[in-house]
Design a protein around this ligand. Structure first.
Ligand SMILES: [Zn+2]
Length: 310
């Protein structure tokens, strides 16, 4: 199992521009502390390289990439009421996207079957032309597109279990039949997209799965939707690569949502997805998205990586 990270991901820090922002370096420090205490569960640690401009432009416009670079080089600032960048965010964001890219290169190159990117900023809200929802570049979308265009993957399944709808990834692949994007998310909260009846567009019709859940939902519903809706659709899709937008903000302690999962719930979802990927003979890679109660976040990542270490 391969764990990708980079110290630069700790330097994307809201203190100077949005003090009190929940997407802060301590999230990653808590994860790394918990994993270090467990000898990284036997995972091999690798340094996330910086994504190239070409990689970022697989899913983003050159204008968007340039705008983020220029904002950071000016010292950063607020992009919208939720989303910030500082000077160091340029390097952090390129390491986050580059880690996801390096992970799929390693997985599809046959180096290992399972990977996890412990990187930030997160990515699944970033759209082709704009940053939003704490996200600058869509890391998992870059990885999925790279897998298809350059690494020989025919079809990629993206399971997004972050509590928020991954609008950026969904929009980037909305018209595509070779990327199945499946979301479970709390309905009625940010970003407001992800209605059940939205199943994709044009040639991508049927390759978007949106499963909004009530704010008090527990693991019973999440596991049922994963096991009885997403994975059966995935089986028909026969992915050559399985990716997870691994946000952990559906945990009951999370301050940004009100679902009621436990850390062990993520371990159970992780096991279901791993067994599915093994059945498909497809490698499995996950990219960190949200999770804002730092202690719960660390517990959830440990539960996920433990499930994938067995
Ligand atoms: Zn989230």
């Amino acid at each position: 199992m391969l764990y990708f990270s980079h110290p630069a991901c700790l330097d994307h820090d809201p203190a100077a521009v949005m003090p009190g922002h929940p997407e802060r370096p301590e999230r990653l420090r808590a994860i790394e502390r918990a994993l270090a205490e467990r000898d990284w569960l036997g995972w091999e640690r690798r340094e996330a390289p910086a994504a190239s401009g070409e990689e970022l432009e697989l899913v983003h416009s050159a204008e968007h990439v340039r705008a983020i670079r220029e904002l950071c080089s000016r010292g950063g600032g607020a992009i919208d009421p939720d989303t910030y960048a500082v000077e160091a965010s340029w390097e952090a964001a390129r390491r986050a996207a580059g880690g996801a890219s390096a992970m799929v290169r390693a997985l599809l190159g046959g180096e290992d079957q399972i990977g996890f990117c412990g990187t930030r900023p997160a990515g699944h809200h970033a759209e082709r032309e704009r940053a939003m929802g704490f996200c600058l570049f869509d890391n998992i979308a870059v990885a999925a597109e790279l897998a298809i265009r350059e690494l020989g993957a025919e079809r990629v399944l993206i399971v997004d279990w972050d509590v928020h709808h991954g609008n950026g990834t969904a929009e980037i692949f909305r018209h595509r039949a070779d990327v199945l994007v499946a979301n479970i998310h709390q309905g009625g909260i940010f970003p407001g997209s992800g209605a059940r009846q939205d199943t994709g567009s044009g040639p991508g019709e049927g390759f978007t799965i949106n499963l909004p859940v009530p704010g008090d939902s527990t693991e019973e519903l999440w596991l049922e939707l994963l096991d009885e809706v997403i994975l059966p659709a995935g089986r028909d899709f026969e992915p050559s690569l399985v990716l997870v937008s691994a946000g952990f903000d559906a945990h009951r302690a999370d301050p940004l949502a009100s679902c009621a999962l436990e850390a062990s719930s993520f371990g159970r979802m992780a096991t279901l997805v791993r067994d599915f990927a093994a059945e498909m003979e497809a490698p499995l890679g996950a990219v960190l998205e949200g999770g804002y109660d730092v202690d719960a976040l660390a517990d959830c990542v440990v539960a996920t990586l433990e499930a994938w270490s067995e």
